[in-house]
Design a protein around this ligand. Structure first.
Ligand SMILES: [Zn+2]
Length: 458
């Protein structure tokens, strides 16, 4: 069995079920497991004895969209000529992604998927949960090929062609979710457990305003029968809250999911920015999880504060929503925005934020072998180079990570003991070729007249 030893000036280890920062320790990997965490230098086939490294559990980024946000990138900042600040989800992201799927070849879709996973890995993620539009099955191929731990979450919709009406609500054209359920089943049969277990699926009804009661009940039943997590978008806007209240007897989006039996410990709900405090307390009581993605909302002038959700007792984790797949940078934003909103610098402290993308996120998935560095855990690691000048002097490495670090400081990513990122670069594969091919495919979408009509080009 191959052994690898990694030295950390600091190691974020697990001791007695809690974080412990160990000085000058080694992490020994044997095959796909962590064999030891020790002060003495171990004997190993491969030894990484580099100064100033902070060895973390492989980070979990549980909400990302490689495809749709890549299409929108640098087209949607600064308002870009839009007359109001209406969400771009139904006016830009979903329709353009759908058209892109229609016109792109499988090779072009694979190129976009590879570009996204490259960014995720270089952003420090060892695990990603990726909701994506049906018609991009190449997400699974790219994940399997590139070695990331991958929870693919192909969307299910009740309405095949979700589009915003003039008032911002989503047109709702009957319940034709069965086709998406059939597609999900086929992908599950093909991919669940592949890649030596690194590839899996999550059940992914798109959102409360695009999924009717029958589909949501079917999703919950299917997920629980198969033991897969459920993820959805919840309370993304005030308009969504109004739509659900009008459709479903005054229920809020959270109450709607609770009514249908979805508000449970296996639910990961993205955003919840329009959730009331009562909604959040209900989610906490049911054990559901909020996926907090602060930067994608900050882009549009909207606050999504980690501290608000955590403060109501809801299990809260941080993801990148595809906008900027830099998980360390996202944690920095989560910290800053939380402190500003609360007017309190003690809110969302560094250990809590680190926990959210390690042990807490792993627990949400029922993966007690992930998100912790301890003997017997799975050999997923994210190693940060803290020798850069901005970290000196380094009195507190966890605060240094949250306050001062970003993706440029990621040195290594290991998944299942395999080195995927080294010295901040993809260990195997041509980064420039992946970036060029992915970008060329996305440009083909922007050549469409309807794309140019959706947003003025900058
Ligand atoms: Zn999302």
């Amino acid at each position: 069995m191959t052994t690898t030893a990694i030295f950390g000036s600091h190691v974020l280890a697990r001791r007695d079920g809690a974080q412990a920062v160990l000085r000058d320790h080694w992490v020994l990997l044997e095959g796909r497991r962590i064999a030891a965490v020790q002060a003495a230098r171990p004997v190993a086939d491969t030894v990484f004895d580099r100064p100033g490294r902070f060895v973390l559990p492989g980070l979990l980024n549980l909400h990302n969209h490689c495809f749709s946000e890549a299409v929108a990138r640098t087209h949607t900042e600064d308002g870009n000529g839009r007359e109001n600040n209406q969400s771009i989800v139904y006016t830009v992201l979903l329709p353009l992604t759908k058209r892109g799927i229609d016109i792109l070849s499988p090779a072009e879709r694979l190129a976009i998927a590879r570009l996204g996973i490259l960014q995720l890995l270089k952003g420090g993620a060892a695990t990603v949960m990726e909701p994506f539009r049906n018609g991009i099955p190449e997400m699974f191929d790219a994940a399997a090929e590139m070695g990331i731990r991958f929870y693919g979450a192909p969307y299910l919709f009740s309405t095949a062609d979700a589009q915003a009406q003039a008032d911002g609500s989503v047109r709702y054209a009957g319940d034709d979710g069965q086709a998406d359920l059939d597609t999900w089943d086929a992908l599950h049969a093909r991919w669940q457990g592949r890649g030596e277990g690194r590839i899996g699926l999550a059940m992914s009804p798109h959102a409360t305003d695009t999924c009717g009661p029958d589909l949501l009940r079917a999703c919950a039943a299917r997920a629980r029968a198969l033991g897969v997590p459920v993820t959805t978008h919840l309370a993304q806007s005030a308009q969504e809250v109004a739509t659900i209240q009008a459709r479903h007897g005054g229920r809020t989006p959270a109450e709607y999911l609770d009514w249908l039996g979805l508000l449970a410990p296996d639910l990961l709900a993205a955003h919840c920015i329009a959730s009331s405090d009562d909604d959040l307390r209900l989610m906490a009581a049911r054990g559901a999880t909020v996926l907090n993605c602060p930067r994608v909302f900050a882009r549009t002038g909207v606050t999504a504060a980690f501290g608000r959700f955590a403060g109501q007792g809801v299990r809260t984790v941080v993801g990148t929503d595809g906008y900027n797949m830099d998980l360390l940078g996202e944690l920095n934003a989560a910290s800053m925005i939380s402190k500003i909103v609360a007017g309190d610098p003690a809110v969302a402290p560094a250990p809590m934020l680190l926990e959210s993308v390690t042990a807490t996120a792993a627990d949400v998935l029922g993966r007690l072998d992930l998100g912790r560095i301890e003997p017997g855990a799975t050999a997923d690691l994210t190693v940060v180079d803290m020798t850069h000048p901005q970290f000196q002097p380094l009195a507190d490495p966890r605060r240094g990570l949250i306050a001062l670090a970003n993706r440029a400081d990621i040195a290594q990513v290991f998944v299942d003991g395999r080195l995927l990122v080294d010295a901040g670069r993809l260990a195997q594969g041509d980064e420039a070729a992946i970036a060029a091919a992915g970008a060329a495919a996305i440009e083909r979408i922007w050549d469409l007249p309807e794309a140019r009509a959706a947003l003025p080009r900058g």
